[in-house]
Design a protein. Sequence first.
Length: 173
Amino acid sequence: MVLLSRSFICKRVISLATTASVVAASLVLADGPSSADRIPATMPVQYVADWKPSCDEAPFLAENQSAMTRMMADMAVKPIGDVDRDFVAMAVPHDQGAIDMARAELKYGHNELLRRLAREIVRNREQEVTVMRLAVDDERSSTDSLAQPPAESTPQSSGNDGMATPDGMSTSQ
């Protein structure tokens, strides 16, 4: 019986090499990521909490945070059991939040492509909000008219023993 078989030694060498590579990677990363480790214009998650905005960006971030807070609070609606109205009650604040954030970009942003996109967001989302509100208002008015019986009207007669049609015109028998 051989205690140090070839397969035993290979397994131990692979295990030691794996352990050494993990230790080496941990030591390198312990110093913090270098600029080569990051994608340009992004910030690793662990550094977001420590990041301090520049004084130029502070008003934008304040408006953006206010829009997000308002949007999240307004979207927290209690469902009423009507899918369409519940959808509109949650989607309208969502769209309004996008509008508010796009307006902050227009106010503080410099990138012309993003400013153009922000203008489109404002225009499109405002139209969506209008359509959604009109849709539930139209639904309400159509259900209200179905719930109320039509007012009784007296048929208009032309005096020639004809029957009146719904539009007031008379027909002869």
